[in-house]
Write a protein that binds this ligand. Sequence first.
Ligand SMILES: [Fe+2]
Ligand SMILES: [Fe+2]
Length: 280
Amino acid sequence: MATTLTVITENTVPGKAGGLYGEHGFALFLDRPGRKVLFDAGPAGIATINNAPRLGVDLRATDAMMLSHGHMDHTGGLAGVLRAIGKRVPVYAHPEVFMDRYAKVGDRMVYTGLPFKREALEGMGAAFDLSREFREIGEGIYLSGEIARRRAFETGDTDLFVKVNGELRKDPLRDDQSIAVETAEGLALVLGCCHSGLVNTMDHFQAKLPGRPIHTVIGGTHLDFAPAEQLCETIAVLKGLGVKRLGLSHCTGLRAGARLAQELGDAVAFCTVGYSVTLP
Ligand SMILES: [Fe+2]
Ligand SMILES: [Fe+2]
């Protein structure tokens, strides 16, 4: 069952791509017979709505959405995107996706959470389907559910906070989710920001879907924010697993991306706006 993954919104637009917009965030379209899933909405919807038709993606054909987590750079485009979809669609996410989130930027706390009320989005067509569990959201398309943080070197962010009862606390980002798609080559993982850690996420899918090698990983790895030790350990695991395609996007960053490209060679691709791959 062929599956096409197309990056619609990302931080960067390749130099020769006319008419496409880049925005700090992520949105990807998964097109598989019988299931068309929009994975995240991008930060404002402007790039997603502008880029989709230019990349041959008809957002009106979307029959499900999923939110990788509540951060605004993945969910701020929801209102515009739901309008472009123009019909009621299930939106798969974790129950904590609506939490009030902040990032510490210098000495300021900047709001980074989902910028719409649930009721407002429901009025625009979102039929939220919230769960913490691993589940199949289309034939051979698996949503991770909550990902256990087992690897000691994946320490998570220290400058991200959540407001609970008026108090700021370190954000555990339990709502972070990725998907795995079954292909003839093995599993293809799609990540939003991967706040749970790339290795924790790969461990999770290997435990849930045993005996299926991870062939492809595409999306934000969050390694831009990782200490050197985490990057080294992650590279060792990727090499050990023999991941054949590593499509780096969004919060991977230039420094980590360059190192990964040096270490993993031809397996690495930079998945900017318009990157598209069809998996067998
Ligand atoms: Fe992000
Ligand atoms: Fe994020």
